[in-house]
Design a protein around this ligand. Sequence first.
Ligand code: NDP
Length: 486
Amino acid sequence: MTYPTQPTASHFVNGAYLEDTTGTPLPVIYPATGHEIARLYMATPAVIEQALNAAKQAQAEWAALSGTERGRILRRAADMIRDRNHELSELETYDTGKPLQETLVADATSGADALEYFGGLAGSLTGEHIPLGDGNWAYTMREALGVCVGIGAWNYPTQIACWKAAPALACGNAMVFKPSETTPLCALKVAEILHEAGLPAGLFNVVQGAGEVGRSLVTDARVDKVSLTGSVPTGRKVYAAAAAEMKHVTMELGGKSPLVVFDDADIEDAVGGAILGNFYSSGQVCSNGTRVFVQKGIKEAFLTRLSERLRDAVIGDPMDEATSFGPMVSAGQLGIVERYIAKGQEEGARLVTGGKRLERDGFFIEPTVFADVSDDMVIAQEEIFGPVMCVLDFDDEAEVLARANETEFGLAAGVFTRDLARAHRMVAGFQAGTCFINSYNDAPVEMPFGGVKASGVGRENSKAAIEHYSQLKSVFVRMDAVEAPF
Ligand code: NDP
């Protein structure tokens, strides 16, 4: 199959597409059919070498430009992405299987937001003047880190590439990005557009491959920073490898986030939040609120309305804009979800709706809701990364807060209630990096995004990301005489 936006080679290195067919073949599978739609090749050591060299060589000159000049290129790329949103959204759908209804509004557009935001910020990145005693003073300079490696998960391939590239480039770094082997296409288009927008060669390179390619990037001496979006086990490995060389890291990892619904909540909004926080992108979202704690008084009303609204989900061809629920990204991920659903039934949770694979090509499974889930069940403890919602009951605020925090993860948390004092008390108590009041899963570029505990280190988006892609140099300036002891 060919499609209009198809990248023309496996890698994008030093400002151009690059092919090396001696690498291990990497078939690209369209999740909605299970058919191969493209064949790429994983990066050989020679490709990795070229990418790292190109990044290293290009970085210093890029960092020497003014922030305004760097930002102009990023903002131009943002405009180009918006102009091409439809074709890029189709490519995102081919890569991931997510419905076009979603990709048209959540992927290339989110990537463009990041490029526009950090492009706008680039000219205002400055140090500070620090007055000291006796007329002496100090100043700080905000400097680039150097070469950054970005490693992406498969759920948001365009967005992840842009969320990493935009702050890295705004701060004057170069990047070598490795997409997930499951979704290798979209980052190539991001690279192509950045260079069409005027980004000098070598500053954003894309190399394909699996964990092995990621490992060799993370451990390379030319690399100053690693930003990973992935699972907690991978995060532990990558963080450890980076730490051995004292490299900077950003870790955006998994979660098992709580979504707490009090009995005074607007049920329609709470059900909507729970749907967004469990079934958008077929549940393949790191910050999903997959432990839905519902106060006992409204539990049955909540489940009834949830089941009714789930019947309105349109499951099918992701390219049809009427479709609102697509397949899982891969046969492997589908298998994981099926095993968790079987486990939930085995553990005695009540299957309220869904649970079955669809009898059609592709990796489709129904949106699934379990009720009467207890905290000790495996389905309530482990990240499933699929469309499986666990509904748990609770009596009061103190109890639910303690149970919500009883997890190694800390990515996100949400609360639905009309009592705003209680909402803020809950948020203050949540052990989570990103919280929502009467909403779920909003991720505007202006707001820091990231986790605490095992869910990660550092923040993406917002001004906070600048801290993670730059470093300060402090300069003491003596204006009076130097007093030495001898
Ligand atoms: P993985 O952790 O399996 O992989 C993430 C990336 O790391 C992939 O590109 C993978 O390569 C690469 N990788 C694997 N092993 C190594 C290694 N030893 N060294 C360097 N790189 C390596 O995650 P998934 O792709 O399965 O994505 C799902 C996970 O991502 C979930 O846990 C989810 O919660 C999390 N996630 C977190 C987000 C956040 O912002 N907090 C957002 C989205 C997802 P390859 O897969 O090609 O082998």
